[in-house]
Design a binder for this molecule. Structure first.
Ligand SMILES: *[C@@H]1O[C@H](CO)[C@@H](O)[C@H](O)[C@H]1NC(C)=O
Ligand SMILES: *[C@@H]1O[C@H](CO)[C@@H](O)[C@H](O)[C@H]1NC(C)=O
Ligand SMILES: *[C@@H]1O[C@H](CO)[C@@H](O)[C@H](O)[C@H]1NC(C)=O
Ligand SMILES: *[C@@H]1O[C@H](CO)[C@@H](O)[C@H](O)[C@H]1NC(C)=O
Ligand SMILES: *[C@@H]1O[C@H](CO)[C@@H](O)[C@H](O)[C@H]1NC(C)=O
Length: 620
């Protein structure tokens, strides 16, 4: 079930390099990033000028490179600073904007009559959020806002038409994110996945047909571990798009699968007004899956569930052309975001919220994402940097790698969107974002026992992010087996070419590979709206892997060590001895058989699935 919702996203970036020499008054604006209209979208009328819109302004950061270097140092198990995570204030010193950039942006906003009291700033002052009527936003950005509709009829979003502008840079665009769920049909259990011989005799045969907590604990060798650091350790699950995690369902699930945990609960945190609605009919499949498996595996580690964004009540106003459009009843017409002052971009809202806290759960799992090509490059890179801040703070951040194989998961080749979004519409694989961000751990999907790749497991190579050193060895080994297959379908250049002359050095450098690791992803038994259902996707793999990471963090904290923080440098250095390599299966898509799971890292199952007891040896 893919919810085709596109929350409105507005974003503006200011390049201080050019702007610093100008006075705010005659500041002119320049197109920073123009986005070719994606296939299938039609422009409707202008946006209503009195509607409120929330702009987010990202200001140039002083020393992200310094933060990145430190992140790699403190996440490298062989480095003397391993585990020396940063406080909020220490991170802010790196990402704070240079005073000149700050002054310029402030001057620009003040010159349009916007007051300091209207602005909400991030702790490092590198982000400003301000809610304005469209007409004012259009004036300060030199832009016009339009409503857009997708040919499928079910998505509407707002797009800004930039006509600008010298030499400060702005852009805005909407951004989508979807829960990554794989629909399991209601076949009798066991009919789809053939029962295969078992690698580990103690894994119950029923585990190929129906995945439970017990199955996973056996399969991943975690039976009998008793968490001890539950006063310090915590695990967090993000919820977006009105997905509610239901505590009554959680307890029914526990009565089924983990009776000792029955009657336990988790902390529900509301981010910018969203609530975790406990009405049974409001329970979300994604949110229930994520909380039941992540909290179940790591029990009794305290769990947090953040509800972010959501779907505010909406009444169309006279100016919006909504009356001419029709939507399937269960889809959200995104135009409502336009007339609602809480218009937001969920990842940013959540990141802004969580990075303000002094204490953040050490392990965080997110099962949402979108095709990287549909996410504006500047937005993706800036959000990715916020994940680096989380890593520097000592948080392990896990993201689902997507459920479309190398493509978008659309089984009909004619409607697959395996095309570049640069106007040329070249055939191209579709990696997922934020899984493609080098500062998160991307989790792919497996099935059966012994494990093989699930054919929907999202994987491939980013078109946006160049490859970090920690992946060089693993990814080069895979590429040498590929012998140029799929040349042109995945990245050899990426956006590095944007950096003009420096780029020449990295012309043949393949970008960030996805995923990093994997876990079971099919036939998960959950309770949803009072019923047992079977569900899957990398949405299931991610809380599974995260639940085990939370237990590893427990062991480290109990031993008086810092939490694991950003996992990848450790996993790529030591994972070979602590992960089960998955060597069969592939992730077809875009009319190709996709990549193969092979010995060592591959862009289907990454380095492999967890062996908890071995990971304990490597991590603690
Ligand atoms: C900005 O305004 C000043 C004074 O009016 C003028 O001298 C300068 O050329 C202007 N700069 C630009 C880039 O238009
Ligand atoms: C949960 O609550 C029920 C009803 O109060 C009780 O019967 C049961 O023993 C409790 N279970 C646990 C594990 O505390
Ligand atoms: C919670 O969800 C129910 C069922 O969808 C709905 O009727 C109710 O209005 C919601 N409550 C709030 C506070 O949004
Ligand atoms: C993936 O495998 C399922 C059976 O498990 C099959 O029905 C489906 O067609 C496969 N998808 C692709 C893209 O090959
Ligand atoms: C995947 O494996 C099959 C069977 O060994 C082989 O024919 C094919 O070329 C491989 N594909 C890739 C992309 O490596």
């Amino acid at each position: 079930m893919k919810l085709s919702l596109l929350p409105l996203f507005l974003f503006a970036a200011i390049s201080s390099t050019f702007a610093a020499a100008l006075s705010p008054r005659n500041l002119t604006l320049q197109v920073k990033e123009s986005v070719t209209t994606p296939h299938g979208w039609t422009r409707l009328g202008r946006a209503s000028s009195d509607s409120k819109i929330r702009l987010r302004i990202a200001i140039f950061q002083q020393d992200f490179a310094g933060l990145e270097k430190s992140l790699y140092d403190i996440s490298d198990p062989d480095h003397h600073r391993y585990g020396a995570h940063f406080s909020k204030e220490e991170v802010a010193k790196f990402v704070a904007p240079p005073p000149a950039s700050l002054a310029l942006v402030d001057g620009w906003l003040t010159s349009h009559g916007i007051k300091e009291s209207d602005l909400v700033r991030s702790p490092a002052k590198d982000w400003i959020s301000v809610t304005l009527p469209i007409h004012l936003a259009e004036r300060i950005l030199g832009a016009e806002y339009y409503m857009w509709q997708h040919t499928s009829g079910d998505i509407l979003y707002l797009h800004e038409h930039i006509e600008l502008i010298q030499p400060t840079t702005m852009f805005t665009r909407s951004k989508g994110m979807t829960p990554i769920l794989y629909p399991e049909e209601d076949e009798p259990l066991g009919s789809v996945i053939p029962v295969t011989p078992f690698a580990k005799p103690h894994v119950d045969p029923s585990c190929t047909a129906s995945v439970t907590l017990n199955c996973l604990m056996h399969l991943y060798n975690a039976v009998g571990y008793k968490p001890r650091a539950t006063k310090k350790n915590a695990i967090g699950i993000t919820g977006f798009l009105g997905q509610n995690a239901n505590t009554q369902d959680l307890n029914s699930f526990y009565r089924d699968q983990l009776p000792a945990a029955a009657n336990s609960t988790f902390k529900s945190v509301s981010v910018y007004g969203a609530i975790n609605n406990q009405s049974m009919s409001a329970a979300g499949e994604e949110a229930n899956l994520d909380t039941q498996f992540a909290f179940g595996i790591s029990y009794p580690t305290p769990g947090t569930f953040w509800s972010t964004g959501g779907l505010p009540p909406w009444l169309p106003d006279d100016h919006t052309p909504v009356g001419k459009l029709s939507y399937p009843a269960n889809k959200c017409p995104l135009m409502m975001m336009l007339s609602h002052p809480d218009t937001n971009e969920p990842y940013l809202d959540w990141l802004d919220f969580v990075l303000r806290s002094d204490h953040i759960p050490q392990t965080i799992s997110t099962s949402y994402g979108d095709d990287e090509a549909t996410v504006p490059f500047t937005y993706a890179t800036r959000v990715c940097k916020l994940f680096a801040e989380l890593g520097a703070r000592g948080v392990s951040v896990l993201f689902a790698s997507g459920d479309g194989g190398v493509g978008d998961g659309n089984p009909n080749p004619a409607t697959q969107q395996c095309r570049t979004n640069d106007g040329k519409r070249t055939r191209r694989f579709l990696p997922a974002f934020p899984a493609s961000c080098p500062y998160v751990t991307a989790v792919g999907g497996t099935m059966s026992i012994p494990e093989v790749a699930a054919n929907f497991s999202g994987g491939g190579f980013s078109d946006y992010f160049s490859r970090p050193t920690y992946q060089d060895h693993a990814v080069n080994a895979y590429l040498s087996k590929l012998h140029g297959t799929y040349e042109g379908l995945f990245n050899h250049l990426g956006r590095v070419r944007r950096l003009s002359f420096l780029i020449i050095l990295v012309l043949k450098h393949v970008n960030q590979g996805i995923p990093d690791v994997s876990a079971q992803s099919r036939k998960f038994q959950i309770v949803w709206q009072g019923q047992r259902i079977s569900i899957g996707g990398t949405s299931a793999s991610t809380p599974t892997f995260a639940g085990l990471v939370a237990l590893l963090n427990d062991a480290r904290l109990a031993a008086g060590r810092p939490a694991l923080g950003f996992l990848n440098p450790l996993l790529y250095k030591r994972g070979e001895h602590a992960l089960n390599d998955v060597v069969a299966g592939a992730n077809p898509g875009c009319g190709t058989p996709g990549f193969n799971a092979t010995k060592g890292w591959d862009p289907v199952t990454g380095l492999g699935t967890p062996d908890f007891k071995k990971l304990l040896k490597v991590c603690v």
